[in-house]
Design a protein. Structure first.
Length: 476
């Protein structure tokens, strides 16, 4: 079941009629399984002509069906399937999950193949398919060989790349604008769609191009400082998440930085463009080298989803927001915690850092945007109370831009936090932002699929359009 976190009971229909996750802080309920013990029961055998691959055929099943209760943090009965090393270790009952060459003596196989509902794993979940069970059986019978790059690296980071379905040629319904970014030196805004990114002319609202083969939903979207690369973060709740690098010019894939068993919520280039940080639903922050895509650092400090991240301008520190009701500040080189801000008392949706590094701004479900000191985590000021949850934050050109559930986007001066103007008239929640100082444009993307574009010179509205191919032309 997918349950909405901040807008109870509200889901959006995708162009093909299914329900999809619609905002970056919505709750994908995991696969709820209990203890990892059962007895041997028979299972139909399905003949497979090719050799079974662990990383291709078995690891995806473990990641998607088992890790919710047998991962790095949750470990029912002390059985962990987070890494291949963990998969081989006995748990509380002292029985090894895998006995190479002997499926019948392997606890894992016995659990997934039982026909007793009280014993079969995943408990209270959908049983594995006959094909999945047979893949596990045959892999164990082959000697349980490991065929990926590291036995100690999390399995969800080693899953094979996946190709996604083609997006609909014409959308039958708009999708919420959960992420967008303005390409430097252009009048184009890139927008997360349904299994694609769409590119629009900000001034005219005309569709420019489409980039396919990205995750079902995009939650983070940003350009490298030189504008040559486009970083995309997203996924499908409780199923898959990933972070990809694309060439901005044509959308071709450069690298898949990481995969995950749940969505990736945010992604951000270090100001010099040499590294990139991502925020994951498993509560971690991962920092990668852009050249080569090697993992440099993994920060595990939050107790729940990391919903947003932001670099300091010197690239030495990193701010984060989390559903665990805190915002934090880290040393980006060591991962050491520098400060924790807990004043929101509710899930924190976004963070932004002032250019001088002396203020961190955070927004939350408490209807507040707060400024705090990154040195000690103490509040500096509270912006005027918003008329709903405060969502997106963006610092650009000495200005702080924010959005909230009262359907207003706001502009404040960073230095003294005084309000400059409001951008109103949205037909739904504005849940994403993009700004260009050079183009003097602000874009706000709404829950109903509409994008509003404003001039940063005088606050006038430049354009408004539905960012859904096939709907934009008929939009009133």
């Amino acid at each position: 079941m997918i349950q909405v976190n901040c807008r109870q009971g509200v889901l959006a229909s995708c162009p093909e009629g299914d329900q999809i996750l619609v905002a970056r802080n919505f709750l994908p309920q995991g696969f709820m399984v209990a203890s990892l013990f059962a007895v041997l029961c028979a299972v139909p055998v399905v003949c497979r002509s090719e050799e079974v691959s662990f990383i291709r055929d078995v690891a995806p099943v473990l990641v998607q069906q088992c890790q919710a209760c047998h991962g790095s943090k949750e470990a029912e009965s002390d059985y962990r399937l987070h890494t291949f090393e963990d998969l081989l270790k006995p748990g509380d009952y002292g029985e090894a999950p895998i006995v190479a060459g002997k499926p019948a003596e392997s606890l894992l196989f016995r659990l997934i193949s039982s026909d007793d509902d009280a014993e079969r794993m995943p408990k209270d979940g959908t049983p594995l398919t006959v094909e999945q069970i047979e893949a596990v059986r045959q892999w164990i019978a082959q000697g349980a060989p490991f065929d990926s790059r590291s036995e100690s690296e999390p399995l969800d980071q080693q899953l094979p790349r996946r190709d996604y379905p083609q997006p609909p040629e014409v959308y039958s319904a708009a999708v919420p604008i959960t992420a967008m970014a303005i390409r430097p030196q252009t009048d184009q805004v890139y927008v997360g769609g349904f299994y694609e990114l769409t590119v629009w002319n900000m001034s005219t609202g005309q569709l420019v191009s489409r980039i396919n083969n990205v995750a079902e939903r995009t939650y983070g979207l940003t350009f490298s400082p030189d504008g040559s690369l486009l970083a995309v973060a997203g996924g499908a709740p409780g199923t898959v998440g990933e972070a990809r690098l694309l060439r901005a010019e044509d959308g071709t894939e450069v690298a898949i930085l990481t995969t995950s068993s749940d969505v990736v919520f945010d992604i951000a280039f270090r100001p010099d463009g040499q590294e990139i940080a991502i925020a994951l639903a498993d509560g971690t922050i991962r920092i990668f080298e852009v050249s080569g895509g090697q993992l440099k650092l993994s920060i595990e400090n939050h107790g729940d989803w990391v919903t947003a991240i932001a670099w300091s301008c010197d690239g030495q520190r990193l701010a984060s927001a989390s559903r665990d009701k805190t915002a934090k500040f880290f040393d980006a080189n060591s991962g050491g915690l520098l400060a924790t801000f807990s004043a929101h008392g509710q899930p924190v949706h976004d963070v932004a850092v002032s250019a001088d590094g002396k203020q961190v701004f955070s927004s939350g479900a408490d209807h507040r945007v707060r400024a705090w000191n990154p040195e000690d985590g103490k509040q500096i000021a509270e912006l005027a109370k918003y008329g709903g949850e405060a969502f997106k934050l963006l610092v650009a050109g000495g200005q702080l831009f924010s959005t909230s559930a009262d359907r207003i986007a706001r502009q404040h001066q960073v230095e003294d936090r005084k309000e400059v103007r409001q951008f109103s008239g949205h037909t739904d929640w504005p849940i994403s932002l993009a700004a260009s100082v050079e183009a003097k444009r602000l874009c706000a993307g709404c829950f109903d699929g509409r994008i509003g574009v404003w001039s940063l010179e005088d606050g006038s509205q430049v354009s408004s359009f539905i960012a859904a191919p096939g709907l934009a032309a008929s939009d009133p």
